[in-house]
Structures are given as structure tokens and as C-alpha cells.
Design a protein around this ligand. Sequence first.
Ligand code: OAD
Length: 332
Amino acid sequence: MSDLDSILQPIADAIKKGKKVTFFNGAGISTSAGIPDFRSPESGLYANLAKLNLPFAEAVFDLDFFMENPQPFYTLASELYPGSFAPTKFHQMIKLLQDQNSLSRVYTQNIDTLERLAGVEDKYIVEAHGSFATNHCVQCHSEMDTETLKKDMKENRIPSCRSCEGYVKPDIVFFGEGLPKSFFKTWSKDSKHVEIAIVAGTSLTVQPFAFLPSEVGKKALRILINKEKVGDFKHHPRKSDIIVLNDCDLIAEKLCGLLGIEDKLNELYEKGKSKYSKPETKEELVHDIEEKLKSEANLKQKEPSEEQEETTPKKEDKEEEELTDLVDKLKI
Ligand code: OAD
């Protein structure tokens, strides 16, 4: 048994005995999906915002700054908008724990919705810092539907309110705004009943979220999975704390191994990844094109009727679009 296995064994044992896990997630659980975290010294977002010309890095998520100049936020949002990132092994582990009835709740600071994409049900998720799912005008608070917002973004327009022309912002919690009521309501019910607290991929610097691990009952088993010691685990460690300074995905693999669900984890992960995968090599691109040609050969056997031809887009246009997509996908 490896060192990591023996460190993680008490968590696996507790889960096998029927104890449930409450997660406290941060950006570090999504870095392997290609989404940078915020505070890692070189790769974090705040270290790479020079191009946005900000007075200070966190201004990009500052409400007062947004009201003056929403452009930096929308530049960043167009890169980070959910839809092109696949859940990581860590997200898939949460889904597997849900499936075997070992999940109590997922408190997440992340706005990438990857827990949802992995299939974790709404009733388990508390998005403490909001999400891109809904949008409101910062002046008159009218709602804007996501399709309209995305259309404005795609056409390089700052989404603005159709009623008062104020700027529209996705309901991500900015500095200067309160957390959703549901966060406080759910935590007041949960805090005393946490059995296993897994705190992962967070610097525990943003309040009130950063306080949560210190508020779980003394009987709870607390685990930190992070690249460095943070928050309460650093300043007020408990005797029973388990601190694993390692990669979130690796720990997900190890823990699932101890629970006997590693194969399921790999299966879910590969399945999730294939939905978003881009060809990495020429061979993969050629394979994609061959597949496309095969499916076209099948289609040719069923020529459309005249009526259909009028309503469907021209075949050559579609072909060109699809080939452009494939070429866009090639990133070597
Ligand atoms: P941070 O960037 O502050 O912290 C991420 C933590 O994850 C750091 O301690 C990293 O070392 C660690 N980490 C990164 N990759 C990892 C990996 N693969 N395995 C293990 N650990 C890893 O991100 P958060 O704590 O989530 O607010 O930041 C909290 C809030 O600050 C965010 O929600 C955001 C930001 O301002 C809003 O957007 C409102």
C-alpha cells in the first residue's frame, strides 16, 4: 500500500461505514480541465490579467469597477464561459459518491458549473459565488436570458438591458455583493451535521466561504486536498485533520481506488472528456474527417426531396462550415 493510500484509508473507511461527504470546492479542482485558478503565482488568473489593463487584479470581479467599465470582465468571460470545458476526475468522483448515496452537499466557489456537468444533482449543489446560469441588469435588475447575453457577447457588444440600457452581468457574486440567500440558509441547516468535510483546491481567502471548514462540528473528519496548507488547516489544525498536499485528480483516483470504484471513475471521465475533446494530432484529425466522410456517404443514399432542399441549409455551405470546425479543432 502506498503512502498516499494509507493517508486516505481513514476517509475510505468512514465512507464505507456510511458517513457522508460534504465538499468545499475551489478553483484548484478545475485547473486540470484547462481553467486557471485565481491565485497561483504564475498560472493564476490574477497574475495574468495585465492585458486587461486593470487598476488592481481583482477589479475584474469588482462591482463598482464593472459599473464603470465592464469590458475587462467580458473579455475574461468570453474565455471562461461554460461550454468548452469537461469535468475533471475530481468532479466525476463527486458524481460517483452521489450515485452510491455517500454525498451530503457540495459547496462550491466555482462558477464553471463543472459539478453540474458531471451530473451532480441540483439539490446537492450550493454555488456560493453564483454562476453564469442567470443574468441581471445592474441598474434596474431586469433579467436577461442567457441566449440574448451570449448573442451580445458573440457580436462583441457589452450585454445591456433592453429596458433601461444599464449593463447586464451574469449572476456571479462580485466583490461588493452579497452571497445568495440559499448559501446561508443551507449552511445553517448543514453546519452541525457535517460528517466528512473534503476541502479541495481553494486558498480559503475569500469570506464568508473561507470560514466554513472552521464551523464544522468537532466530530467531523476534515480533509484538505490542496497544493499548500491554507486557512484553518494552517492556522488552527485539528488533531484528526488529514492534510494531503497533492493534486486533486490524483487524490480522486486514489480514493476511488480504495473504494473499489476506480474503473467507474475512469469510464465516466473518458465519456465526459470525449464530449468536449478536440483532435490533438494530425492522425486524430484525419480520423475525424474519415468518420465525417463515412457519415456523408450514408447520407447521400437518402437524397432530400425538393421541399426539404428549400428549407435545409445548402449542402456545400454546411460542408464548408463543418470542415472549418474540424480545422479549428486542430491544435498542434
Ligand atoms: P484560488 O486561486 O485562490 O486558490 C486555488 C488553490 O488551489 C490554491 O491554493 C492552489 O495552490 C490550489 N490548486 C491549484 N491547482 C490544484 C490542483 N490541481 N490540485 C490541488 N490544488 C490545486 O481559488 P479559490 O480559493 O477558489 O471569487 O478562490 C476563491 C474566490 O476568489 C473565487 O471564487 C473567486 C476569486 O476571487 C469570485 O469569482 C467571486
